[in-house]
Design a binder for this molecule. Structure first.
Ligand code: IMP
Length: 421
């Protein structure tokens, strides 16, 4: 069995990029399975920092193959720019980056349509994600295999733009010129053509030859189109099941599912967030944790760890282990709260509620844990952690029933505690 899946267990931004980068050298292949350039995976090594939006977080581990699966929606402009950036840092991608021909393209009209439909209501990243997945499901999307085939691409753009322009006109928005898109995007097609592959077949061969695959999710479980706080969600399936449909790997090939959780919670965009802190503590977490969107720069909403949400996430994804990130950010607080129950309509509710309206009305009930004063930034040994910090980790394990195997104590690869395999 060959596939390990890394899933964000909250509303995204849990630090998946760092963990995938850290684990990448133990794998032969790192494969992104959903989302698009709405993701921002920040990777720090040495004195370098790089934010990846589309490329898998294995690109900085030479010798590791990287796959962008069929479940990802690809903005060709963003991908080409990211490929050039990573190559300029000295990391060769030819012969080790494989992009699914079945993945759908995000084109300029998707971003224009998003402005009309959903960006303000949901607080989206405005990267065209929703409209691109809408076209995919409506069977009118343009795939990467068409982008790299000039005649077909030109024909398809003309067809699709006729429809998109009709909508833009109806909403009194500026229409788009097909020739401009054809000319710019055909250039991207020429750059991308050498990376295009049947990635499901590539992964099946990897599985058959005993290689190890790390499937990298973007966003988080609570933003899942089916299981998140709809409609305040993204348009894909960040949950572990998304790895099967987004890569074509069978469920029986997955033997390890790592859930990444921050030691507190954050959310960007609109939607219910029971443990949100609209006070000095929330502002403190934002400042110390650097909680600003890696893609949009928006300040993230901050709050206490919600164990109800985490337990829901554990059950949905079948996590075999947890990674707790940003534990260092909690240093210096007198007390730390964790939500262990909700109150809804005067009744105690011992589970997460994914109905957005009901969730917006719950009152979180907390257990109050002792904080710690010691600075634990960069700690690499669990025995160096203050007992209050270990107590928080124990609390997470007890409430979820899932072992914590990795603790992140800073943004760099080296700032990590590994608790055995
Ligand atoms: P979209 O994915 O751009 O359509 O945005 C839908 C919702 O998901 C919005 O609330 C976004 O802020 C949120 N979102 C999308 N991508 C990310 C991410 O990578 N991290 C955190 N939130 C995200």
């Amino acid at each position: 069995m060959a596939v390990t899946v890394v899933v964000g267990s909250q509303w995204g931004d849990e630090g998946k990029g760092k963990i995938v980068d850290l684990l990448a050298t133990q794998f032969n292949v790192v494969a992104r399975y959903q989302g698009g350039a709405n993701a921002g995976h920040t990777i720090k090594w040495g004195d370098k920092t790089q934010v990846l939006h589309l490329l898998p977080s294995g690109v900085f581990s030479p010798g590791v193959d990287c796959v962008i699966g069929n479940g990802v929606v690809i903005d060709p402009r963003a991908l080409v720019s990211e490929i050039r950036e990573v190559q300029s840092l000295g990391y060769e991608l030819a012969g080790r980056l494989w992009v699914s021909g079945n993945a759908h393209c995000i084109l300029p009209y998707h971003k224009a349509l998003e402005e009309i439909h959903s960006s303000e209501k949901i607080g989206t990243t405005k990267r065209g994600i929703g409209p691109a997945y809408t076209d995919k499901v409506a069977r009118s999307g343009i795939r990467i295999m068409e982008l790299v085939s000039p005649d077909l691409f030109s024909k398809r753009i003309k067809e699709e733009l006729e429809r998109a322009n009709a909508i833009l006109r109806a909403y009194h928005r500026q229409t788009l010129n097909p020739e401009d898109i054809i000319s710019e995007y055909s250039d991207y097609g020429r750059v991308l053509t050498k990376y295009v592959a049947d990635t499901a077949d590539f992964l099946h061969d990897a599985i058959d030859s005993g290689k190890q695959i790390l499937a990298e999710g973007a966003q988080g479980c609570l933003l899942d189109i089916d299981f998140g706080t709809y409609p305040y969600v993204t348009s894909s399936s960040p949950t572990a099941g998304g790895a099967c449909t987004g890569l074509g790997v069978p469920p029986t090939s997955i033997n390890r599912v790592i859930g990444i959780t921050k030691a507190y919670c954050t959310r960007v965009g609109h939607g219910p967030f029971p443990t949100e802190l609209n006070d000095g503590t929330g502002a403190h977490l934002r400042k110390i944790g650097g909680e600003f969107g890696a893609t949009t720069g928006r300040p993230r909403r901050c709050g206490w760890l919600d164990l109800m949400a985490l337990r829901y996430s554990c059950r949905l994804n079948g996590f075999t282990e947890l990674t707790v990130t940003k534990l260092d950010v909690l240093s210096g607080l007198d007390t730390i709260k964790v939500c262990t129950q909700y109150e809804h309509n005067g009744e105690t509710v011992p589970r997460f509620i994914n109905d957005a309206l009901s969730l917006s009305k719950v009152i979180p009930r907390y257990e109050v844990l002792q904080g710690w004063k010691e600075n634990i930034l960069g700690c690499t040994d669990v025995n160096e952690l203050p007992s209050a910090a270990k107590n928080l980790i124990d609390h997470i394990q007890v409430h979820t029933g899932v072992p914590v195997k990795i603790i992140s104590t800073g943004p760099k690869r080296s700032q990590t505690i590994q608790l055995g395999s």
